[in-house]
Design a protein around this ligand. Sequence first.
Ligand code: MSP
Length: 653
Amino acid sequence: MPTDTFYITTPIYYVNDVPHIGNAYTTIACDVLARFHRLLGQDVLFATGTDEHAQKVLDVAQSLGKDARAYVDEMEPKFKQQWSALEIGFDDYIRTPEPRHVKVVQAIFQKLLEQDDIYLGSYEGWYCVSDETFFTPAEVTDERCPNPECRKPLTWVREENYFFRLSKYQDRLIEYMETHPGWLRPDYRANEVMAFAKSGLKDQSCSRINTGWGIPVPGNDSQVIYVWFDALINYLTVAGYLQDDEKFARWWPPSVQMMGKDIFVRFHCTLWPAMLMALGVELPDIFFGHGFWTIEGEKISKSKGNAIYPTELVTELAELSGCEKNVASDAVRYYLLRAVPFGTDGDFSRATLIQHFNSDLANDLGNLLNRTLSMLHKWFGGEIPPVSRKDDALAKLAEEATTQYVEALENVRFSHALEAVWSLVSAGNKYVEQSAPWALHREGKEQELADVLYNALETARIVTVLVAPFMPCASEKMWTQLGIPGSPAVQKLPESTQFGGLRSGAKAGSADPTFPRIDTKKRKPETGAAAGTSPKKKSDEAASANVISFEEFKKLDIRVARIVSAEKVQGADKLFHLSVDAGEGKLRSVVAGIAEFYDPAELAGKTVVLLANLAPAKIRGVESQGMLLAADTDGRAILLQPDAQAPPGARVR
Ligand code: MSP
């Protein structure tokens, strides 16, 4: 691996939908590695982009009655908007229709044609539009895509196509894998590639009939270049191949090419290296195929409508916690990379996101930084005190954590890196607990107190540098709170994590918690993106109409109930405290804002409708276990009632 440069790529995403949390996972992982390698002092090229010449992109455009070109142009800002909500700092964003890319793709095709690595033949077999993949009859058992993640119906294709001589590179590829352990990661996926290569590689169709969308085959306009052949070349285009020799020499080969397991074996670790071998270009240093996220146990799917979009998730988390949006974005980034070891599959749930938010960020990190800062403000006027004794044990732990962190991230092990940082966070918190600064203050032991606060804040400073690649915005805030000028993003590892860097005499910023604890009792029920399932996303129109799925509706427990008694809540003119029989054998206490419109005597005995599974809440000190449904007419609340007799407890469906 070159020492002064680091080139990292995401796959380029299809533009037939805006990116969801699964696509975001890959992009965040690359962004974190890019930021980490900048901390190591390397010059970084981090590229992402969009794969626009897919048949499915054309199909979607046509189904919307749009011109493909106009459609893809419309989609591009939506991608950038999602990436910006997640603070993705790419250096290059490539779109496959860009002239710089089209030229390179055609030149490569021409070269491979001339050297007989590409030849004209005829293809007969299956094609999966969803995966944009050709399958041989032997791979297909039931006319459905053999990819277990896809399983969509296949199309039988019979057409004249150009073929790439993939079979010719089979032995070289196997030999390369055998002689380059660690090239394909994780190891268990490397075994899959080896098995696939050994099963016998067939020449790969690398063009399709030209239906008006794609890069034309040079010299034969009746064909366009197969979308995967076109897309993989983006990595060369970005690095300056056939455009700028100096640039190319500087950046090639990529240090890490990142992708999900879906496109690891067949495309990135087989077809792509063979194409590079044919071109006589060096192979990338590392391919990493990470696992897939499901959402609450279900595959993320546009048709199921369960996809979660980063902008929505960030907004909801910010609303839920009261933190700034960019801090919420950091928490999402943190959660995705902390919750499961990179490589294995993960199941996304709001409950675990909130759990990590509260426990790791609000509690652990918040205690170390914000609690210590509060003490600093209280007892030292917010000025970092002079230190007489730096804590050797903490200094040693900081050094060890940095070493483990660097080693983990050099090996693309995000959760291990974060575990190393959190072991330091815990050690810092334990140090504060054991040193009991509050007791030192009480006893008037000024210098000892100063030492404890200094050592704790210095630990927080080191942690801030280490979390910066994961949480770029929160770490900036934390840096400012520690009264340090500049930015944690431009520090250098490992020097900047040497114990003792915090400057005495500096004025600390506010002690406000960066990650305010989420009150789970106040959490909205499992409806929006901050709950369990995201709103069904059939289309933007449906989303803006705020449609909910039947599954979501089924979660509502709405029942008939009888009001037994009503009285005013003390000191609140608009509120009644009601006793309600919802057919459960005991009465419920419900607070309702209807006191302006009804008399207590008039209410007793009324049959009404109750939302029974609304999270209980205390309103003006009175427990409310549900909500009465009422029509809102010109600001007046009119209670809903069944139009015939229905017993308390009857379900409303
Ligand atoms: N356009 C091709 C890639 C061409 S690269 C030369 C493509 N695009 S895609 O839009 O379908 O993106 C696939 C990638 O998105 C996966 O490889 C993975 O990185 C990411 N993910 C999509 N769904 C995902 C999950 N459910 N979980 C984790 N990552 C997911 O394939």
